[in-house]
Each structure stands twice: as C-alpha cells, then as structure tokens.
Design a protein around this ligand. Structure first.
Ligand code: NAD
Length: 383
C-alpha cells in the first residue's frame, strides 16, 4: 500500500500535536520535519523521532519524496511557506491564519483555488463529534433557526507581564492577537455550525499590560517564561468584546481574552433558536447541552449510538470513554487525507477561502475597535 509522505514545518506546540495525530491516521507516514535552523531541525527530528531533518522549508518543498506538507510555523512565515508548497505541487494543510493581512490571505487563497492539490486550514474545533451533532441538528430544520449565537474564547496563559511568546510581537503574529489567534477559531466554528457567515461587526479591544518582559530566548507556546529580560511595549489586544451579525440575520456576541485567570481553553459556543438552546464547551467536549423552555433541559453524551450519522463517524470510542482536543485534530487530519485519497466530497475542514473570510472579519473587528462604528464584511468570492 502506498502511503502519503508528509513533511511538517515547525517543531513547537502545533507541530508536535499534528505529528501525534498523524501517527494515529492510517495511510500516512511522517517523512520529515524542519524547524527554524538546520540544528533545530535535527534536534526536533531526534526529539520527535522522525528520520529526516530538512534544512529548511524550501528544501522540504522541493523534496521528491514528500507528497504533503503541514505548515505549523509562526504566522509571519505562513504566506512564504504556503506559496513554496503550492509552487512545488504538494498537498497543503496550513495552520491559521493563512497570512498576516487579508492581502496575504487573498493572495494565497487565489493560488490555492488554481492549484490541483488538496488545501485545508486547521480550524480544528469543527471536528469534535458534538460540534458536528449541533451542526446537523440545526441543518435538519427540526430544531428551529438560530437567532442568537453567543459565547467566549478565554485563556489565561498570557496573564502575567512576564508571560512571553512570539504572538506578542506584531511583526510575527499580526496586528491583532487575541481576536486573530483564538477569536478566529470561535468565529469559524460559529459560522460552520449555523451555516451562515459573519457579515457585520462592532467591537472594543483592551490590553491588560501596556508593557511586558521579553526574555532573551522565547519559551514555546504554553511554556512558562523565566521572568528575566527586557521591557517592551505591547501593541496588540489581550481581550475583546465583539458584537456580530450573521448573513442569516442572527445576532451574535463573543468575549475573547488571553488574560482570564483559570480559563485554560474555554471556547464555549451557545446557539439559541425558537425551539432549543444548544451549548458546547471545549473544556467539557463530551456533552452537548440542549436547553428547552417547556421541557427539562438535557445533556447529550458523546456516544456513537446516540449521535447523528456524520457526528457518530467522529466518535471513535463508546460513550463514557472520553475523547478530546487531540482526537478532534486527528479527525481533521483524517478528513484531509481522505480528500487527498480522492474522497473529498464530504469534507468538512476549513478551506482557504473560509480562512480568508475569517481574516477579513478579524480586520473588520480591529477597524471597528478603532473607529467605534459597525463595519461590514461580506464574503469575498475568490476569482
Ligand atoms: N489550530 C490550533 O488549535 C493551533 C494551536 C496552536 C498553534 N496554532 C498555530 O500554529 C502555528 C505555530 O504555533 P505554535 O503554538 O506551535 O508556536 P511555537 O512557538 O510552539 O512553535 C513554532 C515553531 O516554528 C518553528 N519555526 C520558526 N521559524 C521557522 C522556519 N523558518 N521554518 C520552520 N519552522 C520554523 C520554531 O522552531 C518552533 O518550533 C501558529 O500559526 C499558530 O497560530 C494553531
């Protein structure tokens, strides 16, 4: 059996989680890795038990024995890496965002549209079984039409002034931080579940720390910093409140923060229709809350026997055998390689066009926070 040979660009949090998931997906083999320097590539290959260390992404893109590449590098490198991968005619699964600005994401979305390879973006929260269940309940038409979509995405790992990560540097991460880094996932998820795009926004952003302490050597994502270093001014937001309007007419509200004590990865999505309230919490992903006005509320367990057919396909263990974040990433990667194998008609991973729209919504949020006005952001068709 010929396997798809995968190269991974990056060696931090995202790359390590992709590698762990790839090892659990049949039909693929991890054929190489590359990090920021040839030395770090070798160190990563040894740490993650991968045979080949490439000197850089250019060498990996050119390698004849690589069929597909996962781009797990910091944001400022996404455009250049994605362009190199598409120019080399390889399948491409990219981490979000696709670029630092919507000019960059438009450029790569156009290239992806013309490419004859499979391209996808890691909005991995789509791939939890109970998220799919909520989507399928709503699209069946039996549970009413969403009129209010609300929730949070809260974390605490950047709470202290000496917490540090490349995401705090505008040149590496982009002009928005909390909204682009995590709010983008919530917005993609809300659009996916209700089947309608965000097209108007109004927002305020805030910063807990005007200055932070940058260490000489940056810790990896979610790692604790030593606390020593120089004070630098911070330009991006620690938190935001966003009012949203969807194309369907539904209203929305989102709170985003990377400075909320005790909230580790609190992505919570709640959807109200005239018949049910649906609530899903990433930190308790094995239940879907179903609220009713005239009946008792209930909690649907992630039990394949109880789920709609497409949701059941994403649940790999019986009810009570908990699945979580790494399993949803595995579902995304399996979905992507099913499309690579030619079975892409039922794919649910985010497209480059979807991710371009999310980046435009993020920019609209930043514009609204600056002008204190509603900003329109209709989906742009990629010609
Ligand atoms: N979908 C998700 O849930 C999710 C979660 C975390 C991160 N991400 C995304 O993944 C990307 C990486 O984030 P992270 O948290 O893993 O960061 P990280 O700091 O943990 O890792 C970044 C890695 O990139 C490597 N790198 C730097 N320059 C490179 C180069 N020129 N070539 C190859 N590798 C290079 C670094 O050596 C490091 O290993 C970001 O774009 C982020 O938005 C997505």
């Amino acid at each position: 059996v010929s396997r798809v040979r995968v190269g991974v660009v990056g060696a931090g949090f995202a790359a390590a989680s992709h590698i762990e998931a790839l090892r659990r997906v049949p039909g693929v083999e991890i054929a190489g890795i590359t990090a920021s320097t040839p030395e770090r590539s070798k160190e990563a290959a040894s740490r993650l038990d991968i045979v080949t260390a490439y000197e850089g992404y250019e060498e990996m893109a050119a390698a004849p024995d690589i069929d597909a590449i996962h781009n797990c590098a910091p944001n400022d490198l996404h455009l250049a890496i994605n362009k190199a991968v598409l120019a080399a005619g390889k399948h491409l699964l990219s981490e979000k965002p696709l670029g630092l600005t919507s000019d960059e994401t438009r450029e790569i979305a156009r290239l992806a549209k013309d490419a004859s390879v499979v391209t996808g973006v890691c909005h991995n929260y789509r791939h939890f079984p109970l998220v799919r269940q909520a989507k399928d309940m709503l699209s069946s038409g039996d549970h009413g039409t969403p009129h209010f979509v609300h929730g949070t995405y809260l974390q605490d790992w950047l709470l202290h002034p000496d917490d540090w990560n490349w995401r705090l540097e505008t040149e590496k991460a982009g002009r928005s931080r909390a909204v682009a880094d995590i709010g983008s996932h919530w917005m993609d998820l809300a659009q996916y579940v209700i089947g309608s795009d965000i097209e108007r926004v109004s927002a305020r952003t805030g910063r807990l720390h005007e200055q932070r302490i940058r260490p000489e050597e940056g810790p990896r994502t979610f790692e604790t910093s030593s606390g020593d270093g120089e004070k630098v001014a911070i330009e991006t937001e620690d938190m935001a409140v966003v009012m949203l309007q969807f194309a369907s007419g539904a209203l929305g509200a989102l709170s985003v923060s990377q400075v909320s004590p005790g909230r580790k990865n609190a992505l919570r999505l709640m959807i109200d229709t005239d018949q049910v309230g649906l609530g899903w919490d990433q930190e308790e992903p094995n239940t879907l809350w179903i609220g009713r006005r005239d009946l008792a509320n209930s909690e649907l367990a992630r039990d394949p026997g109880l789920l709609a057919p497409e949701a059941a396909k994403l649940a790999h263990y019986p009810g009570g055998h908990q699945e979580g974040w790494p399993d949803a990433l595995k579902n995304l990667i399996a979905d992507f390689y099913s499309a690579v194998a030619g079975n892409g008609s039922g794919s649910s991973f985010a497209t480059f066009e979807d991710a371009h729209h999310v980046t435009r919504v993020v920019e609209a949020i930043m514009e609204s926070a600056g002008t204190e006005r509603w900003v329109e952001v209709e989906r742009e068709e990629i010609a």
